[in-house]
Design a protein around this ligand. Structure first.
Ligand code: SF4
Ligand code: SF4
Length: 94
């Protein structure tokens, strides 16, 4: 029987951006903005794995970044982070 991959065995492929559809960039949908606290992050990649919009990237040195043009504020990352390294703040579009 083949062994299931762990999340860290999946390649960190660059996020593919959704095409600009009628709804435009999903970043404008947010009520809450997820904010990563890098001091708490343990690099588990769960946020990257579960983000439905490919809005999270992880750089070669393990730094988690959120692309706010495409993050729609669903907060799945906030709920999945096992060490509460992602905060949610009320969005204030400038
Ligand atoms: S809030 Fe949702 S869309 Fe935004 S980064 Fe987190 S999981 Fe992705
Ligand atoms: S889920 Fe939390 S601890 Fe894991 S990589 Fe994302 S921010 Fe870091």
């Amino acid at each position: 029987m083949s062994k299931l991959k762990t999340i860290k065995e999946y390649p960190l492929i660059p996020a593919s951006k959704p095409s600009e559809g009628a709804a435009g960039r999903t970043g404008l949908w947010r009520t809450f903005r997820p904010v990563v606290n890098l001091d708490k992050c343990i690099g588990c990649r769960l946020c990257w794995f579960y983000c439905p919009d490919n809005a999270i990237t992880i750089s070669g040195d393990g730094k988690v970044e959120i692309n706010y043009d495409w993050c729609k504020g669903c907060l799945i990352c906030f709920h999945e982070c096992p060490v509460k390294a992602i905060d949610r703040v009320v969005e204030e579009f400038g």
